[in-house]
Write a protein that binds this ligand. Structure first.
Ligand SMILES: Cc1cc2nc3c(=O)[nH]c(=O)nc-3n(C[C@H](O)[C@H](O)[C@H](O)COP(=O)(O)O)c2cc1C
Length: 63
């Protein structure tokens, strides 16, 4: 994702996908399990801005 960003591209992770279909389409082996997809692409005109993020301290406690 950082590499995509450094090239001026946008990228987001996705875990909500049909793992069996991805496995089939990409001809993965029996011991290979797709766990995440990364979308990578050129930002379209009119794309909305990145959603706001809460400060890390609001959502994470380091113990
Ligand atoms: C680990 C992870 C998995 C994600 N999986 C999905 C997904 O399956 N489907 C989806 O629409 N967004 C998913 N998201 C959210 C998108 O990647 C992205 O954060 C969202 O589109 C909002 O982007 P923005 O906050 O930059 O505007 C996931 C985010 C993370 C961190």
């Amino acid at each position: 994702m950082y590499a995509a960003r450094s090239l001026g591209l946008g990228s987001t992770p996705m875990i909500g996908f049909d793992a069996d279909a991805v496995h089939h389409e990409f001809g993965l082996g029996e011991e290979e399990v797709p766990v995440m997809l990364l979308s990578v692409g050129v930002e379209r005109q009119g794309n909305w801005a990145q959603k706001p993020r809460r400060p890390v301290a609001d959502v994470l406690d380091l113990v």
